[in-house]
Ligand binder design. Structure first.
Ligand SMILES: Cc1cc2nc3c(=O)[nH]c(=O)nc-3n(C[C@H](O)[C@H](O)[C@H](O)COP(=O)(O)O)c2cc1C
Length: 235
């Protein structure tokens, strides 16, 4: 809808619209002095979006964003130390970085076992978490190291291309060798060359949309909240 104000002298201002609706003079406006409408010179044209949103400001601190504006895929990253001790940890700040060559990244923290192991042995596996594993994944942080693996009842298996083990209960795995690390603020970003990818055979054989249903991935929202992928749509 377009609202406009027009006048042929400053004391005589009229307001009109291209729809017969009550006047609401807010929104963006555009000066439009060149448009002569009959005897009147159109002064201002207001383009009013009926659905125009009012925006509330959020703090810079991501912990205070409710809802979370950047949900991340929940994964379990498995690693092994130089002296052969395996480790697993949930990570959701995971993202592809390059298609050619295939490189991904996750953001972790300096000093965590995961990141230390990766720096030592130059490998890690990104294991995709399904919704039936959510309680274990959120709950696993009360333990560390081998106790975390045992208490959660996860089974480690051999990877095809890297020394880090994979988590057999997960339905998909992305094996990575270390590309490099980058310290940014409180984060230690780990870049990994994707060396091998594997997925549950039933998922590989399923129809296009059913694949997502079977993988049943989850996204980290905030605190102890997560969500599934939901309905698949195609443009
Ligand atoms: C669902 C979920 C997602 C997480 N995502 C991340 C993440 O992306 N980056 C991070 O540094 N920590 C993340 N954490 C916290 C780490 O898993 C936690 O610090 C863990 O103790 C690290 O273990 P580690 O010292 O064995 O590597 C997440 C925790 C949960 C429950």
């Amino acid at each position: 809808m377009v609202w406009y104000m027009y006048s042929n002298r400053p004391s005589d201002i009229h307001v009109g619209s291209d729809e017969n609706e009550p006047l609401r003079l807010h929104g963006r406006y555009r000066r439009n002095l060149s448009n002569d409408t009959g005897n009147h010179l159109r002064l201002w044209t207001y383009h009013i979006d009926k659905n125009e949103m009012k925006k509330a400001e959020l703090p810079i601190d991501k912990n205070k964003w409710h809802p979370s504006l950047i949900p991340g895929v929940i994964t379990l990253i498995s690693t092994i130390s130089a002296d052969g001790k395996p480790n697993i940890a949930p990570k959701s700040w995971v993202q592809m970085v390059s298609m050619e060559p295939s490189i991904l990244m996750f953001s972790g923290s300096k000093g965590n076992t995961t990141e230390n192991n990766i720096i030592q042995t130059k490998s890690f596996v990104v294991n995709i978490v399904s919704s039936d594993m959510a309680v274990k994944v959120f709950g696993c942080l009360q333990w560390f190291g081998s106790e975390r693996i045992e208490k959660c009842g996860f089974t480690l298996g051999s990877s095809k291309k890297v020394s880090a083990p994979l988590i057999s209960e997960c339905k998909a795995h992305i094996e990575c060798s270390l590309h490099n690390t980058l310290e940014i603020g409180s984060g230690l970003v780990v870049f990994g060359n994707i060396e091998a990818v594997s997925i549950d055979k039933n998922i590989e054989l399923a129809d296009e949309n059913r694949k997502y249903e079977l993988l049943d991935q989850i996204l980290f929202l905030e605190d102890r909240k997560y969500a599934g992928i939901g309905k698949i749509r195609k443009i």
